[in-house]
Design a protein around this ligand. Structure first.
Ligand code: PGU
Length: 465
């Protein structure tokens, strides 16, 4: 194809490009892709002129990604990046919800190491998993969540698909909602884990919030929650944290859960649980699944996303599952087939390593009981620092402020009530890294650092408005 390139300076280019005047005039004869050209023109990096069958194209030597702006740092994972860059020796990373030892080191559970040794001994292969994931994992994960004797398991009414941890499992659920419940809304607590909104936005699922946290009582706004769930359009999906609500650490009581279930049933809504902390709230796997199980016991259909990031410390293995409880085995089979269909073009099939670890730990009675003991240890360490932080705050703060809300919260986090400016002070002055909503991860705190953290909180609370 004949084509001539002529160097030319263009006066009509954006000012930012004026220094880059090494533009080229491209002349082509015959056919030309006008649609592509029009697209380019819209980006204003290419100018055209037509002379009958001749088209002149001015192609500019700039990045085709020039129009892409810098994304802001992630409000949670971005905190770890900022922490790494800080050279102060007092620095403390209470941003991400990741368990640390008393020495503030990452922790690989002993049962995980044992399971990995077993896997190595067996010399297992690295073939692709089926789209739905490892069969042995899918069985144990549903049993762990609902209880092995639960009728939904016995009657095969659960569609379980291995997901890319909690996030990926939520994303699959969102894709299912978008495809099969078009226009249906997801309602979520205010506040909630920040990524919930991103996940639903990217899946194209509309959402709104229900009241949850009451800053006056630093507790649950139960009446607000109930009336907002009631007011949502019939058939909405109600996103609920199964236990250890993130970021507030405030969970409904068993009686309140029953009332929430009543309203959801009345309004024909569909519960959509996010269970990222089973075993981490109370130290007991069963107690932490009781909200989900009480809804299931009512015969409700529901969705549950699970994660093993925290309770087995498998953060980077990306292991979790989406479970859809259906009213019949037949419906569950169809739902599962569609979840697989959604997963296939997204990531094809999930990773095997974490799935094997979970299957080995949960499926082996000795390792399972060892896991429970280790989890109690982790949950216990967090409870200890929670108590110590409260004690330090109460002893040091002479203002009479009641800090007991810290003891009422459960799970990995404490929602301190510090505002953005106060949280900024925590980081800028005290080198305490935390999310800007006032959340601190107690899983990243040691007993030795409790007093320092208390000083930082008292200073930020009283001296910054
Ligand atoms: N759901 C909730 C409520 C969570 O808190 C988290 C993790 C997840 C799901 C997803 O975790 P996966 O690792 O995908 O299984 N939240 C932590 C971890 C950091 C993050 O934001 O991903 C946190 O610090 O809030």
């Amino acid at each position: 194809m004949a084509s001539t390139m002529i160097a030319l300076a263009s006066a009509s280019l954006p000012a930012s490009l004026s220094l880059r005047n090494n533009c080229k005039l491209k002349m082509k004869r015959g056919s030309f892709d006008h649609n592509a050209l029009l697209k380019e023109k819209r980006n204003s990096f290419i100018k055209t002129k037509s002379f009958g069958r001749l088209t002149m194209v001015v192609a500019v030597n700039v990045s085709r990604f020039e129009g892409i702006t810098m994304a802001p740092p992630d409000p949670i994972l971005g905190v770890s990046e900022a922490f790494k860059a800080d050279t102060n020796e007092m620095k403390l990373n209470l941003g991400v919800g990741a368990y640390r030892t008393e020495e503030l080191q990452p922790y690989v559970l002993n049962v995980v190491k044992k399971a990995e040794n077993l896997m190595l001994e067996r010399g297992e292969n690295k073939e692709y998993l089926p789209i739905e994931g490892l069969a042995a994992f899918n069985i144990v994960t549903a049993e762990l969540l609902f209880g092995a004797a639960n009728s939904v398991i016995q009657q095969q009414r659960v569609a379980t698909v291995q997901g890319l941890s909690g996030t990926g499992s939520l994303r699959l659920a969102a894709a299912l909602i978008e495809r099969y419940f078009p226009g249906a809304k997801v309602i979520m607590s205010s506040p909630t884990w920040g990524n919930h909104k991103n996940i639903l936005n990217d899946a194209g699922v509309p959402w709104s919030e229900y009241r949850y946290y009451d800053p006056k009582t630093v507790g649950l706004d139960f009446d607000g929650m109930i009336s907002d769930i009631k007011a949502a359009p019939e058939g909405s999906f109600v996103l609920l944290h199964g236990c250890a609500h993130n970021p507030t650490g405030i969970d409904p009581t068993p009686e309140q859960w029953e009332k929430i279930a009543d309203v959801i049933q009345e309004k024909n809504h569909i519960p959509f649980f996010d269970v990222a902390y089973q075993g981490f709230a109370s130290g007991s796997l069963d107690a932490d699944a009781s909200s989900v199980r009480s809804f299931v016991a009512r015969g409700m259909e529901l969705l549950v996303a699970q994660s093993y990031s925290k309770n087995l410390g498998l953060y980077a293995e990306r292991i979790g599952a989406i479970n859809v409880v259906c009213s019949s085995a037949d419906a569950a089979e169809r739902v599962k087939s569609q979840l697989k269909r959604l997963a296939r073009p997204m990531y094809s099939n999930p990773p095997i390593h974490g799935a094997r670890i979970v299957a080995n730990v949960v499926g082996n009675p000795a390792l399972f009981s060892e896991w429970k003991a280790e989890m109690e240890l982790m949950a216990g360490r967090i409870k200890n620092v929670r108590q110590k932080l409260y004690d330090s705050l109460s002893a040091k703060d002479k203002s009479g402020k009641d800090w007991s809300f810290i003891l009422k919260q459960i799970g990995m986090f404490s929602f301190t009530g510090l505002n953005k400016a106060q949280s900024d002070n925590m980081t800028n002055k005290w080198h305490v890294y935390m999310t800007k909503d006032g959340r601190v991860s107690l899983a990243g705190l040691s007993s030795a650092k409790c007093e320092y953290l208390a000083d930082a909180i008292i200073d930020s609370y009283h001296n910054v408005s």
